[in-house]
Design a binder for this molecule. Structure first.
Ligand code: PMP
Length: 314
């Protein structure tokens, strides 16, 4: 496996996967000056390899970099480096029925900064790994509401994909997994009444013909899958609302599902809140299944890419 790495973003090179050098005083190690992205390369039946909306990952990284006082690669540099990494590891991209290749771009303050301040040097690298389904083929996920800890607060960094957002969820996620749940559902820090998101995916609630999901006003990650699903659901005639969704509303929904690069679009089987478990419709004829069919159809090349979302690599 090879990964691409560039210190000045225009001078990348491909090197075998392995350890990298970092100053002990680096911005990422000391002050959490780091961002990552996650995207997948899919191999179609005819052998061609496609990326799903990689420019959206580049834009999200750019927005995050501004928030963390970091320079970022241009969209062209980002997408070019992703393609280069996929091509260098082409033989590891699984056939479409087996999975995909997950790509992890990382941007970090790699140079030394002893006093609190932006690092003087930055590194952008991408590593890759073939992956199967994220939750080992589980058809639906069982979520538990985290009653005490929050993922993000207003004015904080919940809306960007900084590495520092993920260590604070590990405690709640580990507790949830130890109790047999697949994911944690975080509530808003201000009131504890509204849903934010899970540790690595966005949440949707379905009632009749209407689909609701929390707005991206800074405490949830603006997911690229979320954005794509909102668009697809709109074209299917659902009424889609981006607005605060109370936990009580979610518990009263007909159906619920989550979205993300890893989970794609997966039904939520149950949500447990304050010891009370609510089960949702997950079988046959769900809104989630319809949306999943269309999104994966576009990603795997079964359906026409009328929106121009897919980018060819080879
Ligand atoms: N929320 C969080 C906290 C995440 O880590 C992810 C995964 N990137 C998502 C939502 C979903 O985002 P996307 O659809 O872009 O993968």
């Amino acid at each position: 496996m090879k990964c691409s790495i560039g210190e000045k973003f225009s001078q990348g090179s491909l090197i075998p996967y392995g350890n990298i050098e970092l100053s002990p005083c680096s911005g990422i190690l000391n002050y959490g000056q780091g961002l990552f992205e996650g995207l997948k390369a899919y191999r179609k039946e005819d052998g061609r390899i496609l990326l799903f909306r990689p420019e959206q990952n580049a834009l999200r990284m750019k927005a995050g970099a501004e928030r963390l006082c970091m320079p970022s690669p241009s969209i062209e540099q980002f997408v070019g480096a992703v393609k280069q990494t996929v091509l260098a590891n082409e033989r590891w991209v699984p056939p479409f029925e087996k999975g995909s290749m997950y790509l992890r771009p990382l941007l970090m303050g790699s140079g030394p900064s002893l006093g609190l301040g932006p690092a003087p040097e930055y590194t952008f690298l991408i590593y890759a790994s073939p992956v199967g389904s994220y939750h080992k083929g589980q058809r639906s996920l069982n979520l538990v509401v985290e009653e005490k800890q929050h993922r993000a607060s207003s004015g904080g960094t919940g809306g960007i994909k900084t590495v520092a957002n993920y260590s604070p969820v590990l405690n709640a996620l580990s507790r949830a997994k130890a109790q047999g749940f697949s994911e944690v559902l975080f509530l808003d820090a201000a009131t504890g009444k509204y849903i934010d998101e899970a540790s690595a995916c966005n949440i949707f609630s379905v009632k009749g013909n209407s689909i609701s999901t929390p707005p991206t006003h800074g405490t949830i990650l603006p997911g690229i899958t979320r954005k794509s699903i909102i668009e697809i659901a709109g074209t299917l005639g659902y009424q889609v609302e981006e607005r605060p969704v109370a936990i009580d509303e979610l518990l009263d929904a007909d159906e619920a599902f989550c979205t993300g690069t890893a989970v794609v679009v997966t039904s939520i089987g149950s949500v447990t809140h304050q010891g009370r478990r609510i089960d949702y419709k997950t079988q046959a004829d769900t809104v989630c299944q319809k949306l999943h069919e269309i999104l994966t159809g576009i990603q795997m090349g079964r359906l026409a890419d009328t929106k121009g979302w897919m980018v060819e690599v080879n």
